[in-house]
Design a protein around this ligand. Structure first.
Ligand SMILES: NC(=O)C1=CN([C@@H]2O[C@H](COP(=O)(O)OP(=O)(O)OC[C@H]3O[C@@H](n4cnc5c(N)ncnc54)[C@H](O)[C@@H]3O)[C@@H](O)[C@H]2O)C=CC1
Ligand SMILES: O=C([O-])CC(=O)C(=O)O
Length: 331
């Protein structure tokens, strides 16, 4: 058995963490032979609740769980971790956009960036889940200048999973038969879920998703808006934001980053290098492939006039969010 690796989850007393911790500790993220030592960060008033979570983790009797450190101190939580799930932040309520959380949440990511910069390994892989995830990831990276910016990512995998699931249902195949759907841009209602390069396996034969669906109007309208608004639809129904599916997506994102995406493209918010005419230095979701612990943007895709408009709109929103976040972080 390998030596245990240290992994931190912030917001560890919250609802996403409640599903995510089991997945990490059971081997779904780092593999069935990799023991983990969990660092659990939350704020001081939540330490009592966190104690209950620690008890439940022990009661799961998981062979891969080598130890647990509950704490309210970021510098203790981030020490020597190889992977950081930054979940801890306020969720939105019905009627809000995710960017309405910016003023309240972005300072958390400034403070945690500073703590990561001080005590984390320089090869730590950071996944920001807390909203607005893309801009929080950018700010976290800016305040951790000693860690490569490639190590900071934001979660759009839930959007990808939603999109894949919608397409599979529409075509009538199991969800794993659909691949290479792309989420471009911001994890917000301006994101562009793009099925134009997606492929589907139907009875052993590969077919393009647009050909299989044969309904361009659906792919440009209903499909796009359903995925863009899915988080709001879950909030309207549950009165709380997605948690089970968010935890699953966070596991998928980190697993693929560590263990590789194979022959599938996955969507991740990464610091933009200007690929596809997007604004540089915002955290933009692109199709990537991952191997040996590194991601690479899929290049050479055709951008139609429709796609150009969608990419520009979400890029513009990210540039605006960045400016607002930098202003909030000044003081
Ligand atoms: N990127 C994505 O696809 C998704 C993002 N989210 C976002 O994830 C975040 C967490 O959601 P939930 O777990 O449902 O919220 P929650 O309210 O159940 O839990 C959040 C936890 O974070 C803790 N927290 C607050 N400030 C903290 C700090 N400075 N350090 C450490 N912990 C802190 C809170 O005490 C609480 O225990 C929200 O911002 C939500 O909008 C949710 C679903 C999907
Ligand atoms: O919609 C929300 O506020 C939570 C979230 O990010 C999602 O479910 O995608």
């Amino acid at each position: 058995m390998a030596e245990p690796i240290k992994v931190v989850v912030t917001g560890a007393a919250g609802q996403i963490a409640y599903s995510l911790l089991y997945q990490i500790a059971s081997g779904a993220v780092f593999g069935p032979n990799q023991p983990v030592y969990l660092h659990l960060l939350d704020i001081a008033p939540m330490m009592g609740v966190l104690e209950g979570v620690v008890m439940e983790l022990a009661d799961c009797a998981l062979p891969l769980l080598a130890g647990v450190l509950p704490t309210a101190k970021p510098e203790e939580a981030f020490k020597d971790v190889v992977a950081a799930f930054l979940v801890g932040a306020m969720p939105r309520k019905e009627g809000m956009e995710r960017k309405d959380l910016l003023a309240a949440n972005v300072r958390i990511f400034k403070e945690q960036g500073q703590a990561l910069d001080k005590v984390a390994r320089k090869d730590v892989k950071v996944l920001v889940v807390g909203n607005p995830a893309n801009t929080n990831a950018l700010i976290c990276s800016k305040y951790a200048p000693s860690i490569p910016k490639e190590n900071f990512t934001a979660m759009t995998r839930l959007d990808q999973n939603r999109a894949q699931s919608q397409l599979a249902a529409k075509i009538g195949v199991p969800v794993q038969n659909v691949k290479n759907v792309i989420i471009w841009g911001n994890h917000s209602s301006t994101q562009f879920p793009d099925a134009s390069n997606a492929v589907v396996n139907i009875g052993g034969a590969q077919k393009s998703v647009p050909a299989a669906i044969n309904d361009d109007a659906y792919l440009k309208s209903t499909f796009v808006t359903t995925v863009q608004k899915r988080g709001a639809a879950v909030i309207a129904a549950r009165k709380m934001s997605s948690a089970l599916s968010a935890a699953k997506a966070a596991s998928d994102h980190m697993r693929d980053w560590f263990l590789g995406s194979g022959d599938r493209w996955v969507s991740m918010g990464v610091v933009s290098d200007g690929s596809y005419g997007t604004p540089r230095d915002v955290v933009f979701s692109f199709p990537v492939t991952t191997a040996n612990g590194k991601w690479k943007i899929v290049q050479g895709l055709t951008i139609t006039d429709f796609a150009r408009q969608m990419l520009d709109a979400t890029g513009k929103e990210l540039a605006e969010e960045k400016q607002e976040a930098l202003d909030v972080c000044k003081d």
